[in-house]
Design a protein around this ligand. Structure first.
Ligand SMILES: [Zn+2]
Length: 123
């Protein structure tokens, strides 16, 4: 049996009051939120939420057979964007390790305190 690494849901509507997502459009189903009974609203375009499961590789054993082409394109763009971000973070970490050293320094902290002043000294 293959272990799922991520779960993906296509949400078509949401509740503006409590934030609950719903996988049906307002026109397909009851327009009331299942949690708070407020009127739901449709997203302008379907809204996908992807949850990664800890300790498992991203998309490892993922079955994309039922995904639409636009969903696959979005997934590829998301993964490419994540790869670019990881490359930038790695390059920055290498730069910091090569060009900087960690040292301790003393610094003064300006603080406010309440003191007793005679009325003749007070401003
Ligand atoms: Zn709600």
């Amino acid at each position: 049996m293959q272990r799922k690494t991520t779960t993906a849901k296509i949400n078509k509507s949401y509740c503006p009051k409590c934030g609950q997502f719903n996988q049906t459009s307002v026109s397909e189903n009851n327009s009331k939120c299942g949690v708070c009974k407020h009127d739901r609203r449709d997203f302008p375009t379907p809204h996908m939420t992807v949850n990664a499961l800890p300790g498992r590789g991203t998309d490892e054993y993922e079955d994309f057979e039922d995904w639409e082409m636009y969903q696959l394109k979005e997934r590829v763009e998301l993964v490419q964007s994540f790869d670019k971000l990881a490359d930038l973070i790695l390059a920055e970490a290498i730069y910091l390790a090569k060009e900087y050293v960690a040292e301790e320094e003393m610094y003064m902290v300006v603080q406010t305190r309440t003191v007793m002043l005679s009325r003749t000294e007070a401003v």
